[in-house]
Ligand binder design. Sequence first.
Ligand SMILES: CC(C)(COP(=O)(O)OP(=O)(O)OC[C@H]1O[C@@H](n2cnc3c(N)ncnc32)[C@H](O)[C@@H]1OP(=O)(O)O)[C@@H](O)C(=O)NCCC(=O)NCCS
Length: 174
Amino acid sequence: MSNEGRSLGKLVIRRYVEADAGATWRVFHAAIHGTASRDYTPEQVRAWAPDTVDEVRWKGRRAAAYTYVACLDGVVVGFSDFTDEGLLDMLFVHPDAGGRGVARALVGRVLREAVAAGHRRLHVHASLTARPAFERFGFVVDAARVVEVRGQRLRNFDMSISLPGADDAGPAGR
Ligand SMILES: CC(C)(COP(=O)(O)OP(=O)(O)OC[C@H]1O[C@@H](n2cnc3c(N)ncnc32)[C@H](O)[C@@H]1OP(=O)(O)O)[C@@H](O)C(=O)NCCC(=O)NCCS
C-alpha cells in the first residue's frame, strides 16, 4: 500500500546519539529489505544488509560521521549523515514512513550542516533506489559504478551536489 497522500505526524530532525544505534540499524535493515529490494536481488539485499550487525562497528561508523535522525511522533524512522571528507554516506527511511518527505527533510538538514562546516561539494554513492530522490534534491550523476559487497556486485551511482559557499550566504556572511 502506498503511503502517498497520508498525513505526516510531527517530524523532528535531530543529532544522532548513541542510544539511537539500534533504531538506526533497524531502519537500515528494513529500508534495504523493504524498499531497495525492488531494485536488487535477494542475494544482493542479504549481502548489503545481513540479518545480524556488528554493534561496535555500527556505533563507530555513526559516531565517526555527522549523523542526523528523523523522528516521526518520537520514533526514529530515518537517518542520514556526512563525513569530514564530504561524503553523504547514509540515507535510509523506514518503508512505513516512505514517500512523506522524510528523506527530503533529512537531506535538507545535512546540506545545511555541510555548508556550515565549510563544504563546497557533497558526494554520495546513490543506490538505484535512491537515485531519483537525490536527483530531486539537486544531485547530479557523475558516474555509474559497481561495488562488491560480501561477494555480491551492486550497481550504484557517484552523485554530487555543489553547495552554496560563504560568498553566497548574503551580506552577513559567516
Ligand atoms: C531513497 C529513500 C531514502 C527515500 O526516502 P523517502 O522519505 O521516501 O523520500 P521523500 O518522501 O523525502 O521523497 C524525496 C523526493 O524524491 C522523490 N522520489 C523518491 N523516490 C522516487 C522514485 N522512485 N521516482 C521518482 N521520484 C522519487 C519524491 O517524489 C520526492 O520528491 P519531492 O520532494 O520533490 O516531491 C528511501 O526510499 C529508502 O530508504 N530507500 C532504500 C534505501 C536506499 O536505497 N538508501 C539509499 C542508499 S544511498
